[in-house]
Design a protein around this ligand. Structure first.
Ligand SMILES: Nc1ncnc2c1ncn2[C@@H]1O[C@H](COP(=O)(O)OP(=O)(O)OP(=O)(O)O)[C@@H](O)[C@H]1O
Ligand SMILES: [Mg+2]
Length: 412
């Protein structure tokens, strides 16, 4: 008995070799099974992720394919429908101004009207009608955000600002005043004066102050960028203004389209004249014009055509001159407002010394003075900086005069 008790467990196992190896085998198989399961799961995961990648790649391929298809299509031209006849539509292609008579499918015939913009293919057949009524480029001219300029940023032109505000702001903010007195509100103002005196700034300030839509067009752009389409652009811009009334329409560099008519017969001049005629007729459209105020600016008043200047077109013609002494002082203060200027600097003295400079030149002088300080790594701007800046800016100008003199003699 004792001897039996004395036997350890290992002794028992060693006595059952067959059972032991069975157990070990079972364990081995279990581990193996577990390993295979894990591996299977891993493979499944891998398959899933490969499937995902495949789908992604297929989508990419489709994209590239689509792009390639799109790029290999020949481009469509844009044109305007002139007329719809029994035999088809007469379409004028933009740019070339080539007119063509083209067949129409039945549903297009129902959809199209004269003056619609359409796209046409290489065979000059109409493919589709373009959606917008107004030219898409006209819409790009719309300024939705108000410009960041206030009346307090404009110095030395109080009277002019007052007149602009009366003409443009009052009809929008208090239209009942005009109703009760029984006069039509003024339709627009024309600002003229030397370059850099704050004309564009005034237009921006009006837009900022009124909640009106601000639409800007530059005369030079109409003439140079949209050759052949000037009149249509003018019509579209006015139409867009009417659709978005109240609106302020700012025509900068109006001299580019409203210069005195000449006898010159070049096609470019004829185009400019057609654009101007369109402008005049839009400005005359009093009743249909709605709540649209016009503000135009030029620094070539002497070149403007009499037709644009006659009463009824612009009710106020306002001259914006180069600033007088008080004005120069104010403009210096405006542009040094945020600058760290040494207390010894005599800004009023500078304004007194500089006669016949524009607001833009004063701004340039202040900026240049700041640059001199920055170059020396100083954080205050001194009188010397201002003196050097004035030398630099006025020197540049005499250089320019010299250059233009040389140029004129060279080409004379
Ligand atoms: N009266 C002014 N008060 C303050 N700053 C001015 C004034 N006039 C011009 N400036 C400065 O000059 C810059 C140019 O002015 P703006 O664009 O209004 O000139 P403009 O009269 O429209 O000139 P252009 O006839 O050449 O178009 C402005 O950004 C402003 O910093
Ligand atoms: Mg301007």
């Amino acid at each position: 008995m004792i001897s039996l008790f004395a036997m350890g467990e290992s002794d028992v196992q060693s006595q059952l070799p067959c059972e032991v190896s069975e157990q070990a085998k079972l364990d081995d198989v279990k581990t193996e099974l577990e390993n295979v399961r894990v591996e299977k799961q891993q493979l499944r995961d891998e398959v899933a992720s490969l499937k995902e990648r495949l789908a992604q790649k297929e989508a990419d391929l489709q994209n590239v394919q689509n792009k390639a298809d799109k790029l290999s299509q020949s481009p469509l031209f844009v044109g305007t429908v002139q007329d719809i006849t029994d035999r088809g539509a007469i379409v004028k292609q933009h740019g070339t101004n080539q007119e063509s008579l083209t067949e129409l499918t039945d549903d297009l015939r129902e959809k199209l009207e004269p003056n619609d913009r359409v796209c046409i293919n290489n065979n000059l057949s109409v493919v589709d009608r373009l959606p917008s009524e107004t030219d898409a480029r006209a819409r790009m001219m719309e300024t939705t955000e108000s410009p960041d300029v206030g009346y307090s940023d404009i110095g030395g032109v109080e009277d002019q600002v007052k007149e602009v505000r009366e003409t443009l702001e009052l009809p929008m903010t208090e239209p009942e005043l005009f109703d009760s007195v029984g006069v039509n509100p003024p339709s627009g103002v024309l600002l003229h004066g030397p370059p850099g005196t704050g004309k564009t700034m005034m237009a921006k300030a009006v837009a900022n102050k009124t909640d009106a839509t601000f639409i800007k067009m530059a005369g030079s752009e109409l003439v140079h960028k949209f050759i052949g389409e000037g009149p249509k652009m003018v019509r579209d811009i006015f139409e867009m203004a009417r659709d978005n009334q109240p609106a302020v329409l700012f025509i900068d560099e109006i001299d580019a389209i409203a210069s005195r008519r000449t006898d010159s017969k070049t096609s470019g001049d004829a185009e400019v004249q057609r654009t101007m005629m369109q402008l005049l007729s839009e400005m005359d459209g009093f009743d249909e014009r709605g709540d649209v105020r016009i503000i135009a600016a030029t620094n070539r008043y002497d070149m403007l055509d009499d037709a644009i200047l006659r009463p009824g077109r612009f009710d106020r013609i306002i001259e914006v001159p180069t600033p007088d002494l008080e004005g120069r002082k104010e403009i210096f203060n405006i542009h040094t407002r945020d600058m760290n200027v040494d207390s010894a600097v005599d800004l009023d003295g500078l304004a007194e010394d500089l006669c016949d400079v524009s607001g833009a030149e004063i701004e340039a002088i202040c900026m240049e003075a700041g640059m001199f300080a920055i170059r020396d790594r100083r954080d205050t701007v001194t009188q010397d900086d201002f003196d050097s800046a004035i030398d630099k800016i006025t020197d540049d100008e005499s250089d320019e005069e010299y250059v233009s003199e040389v140029a004129t003699t060279a080409f004379a």
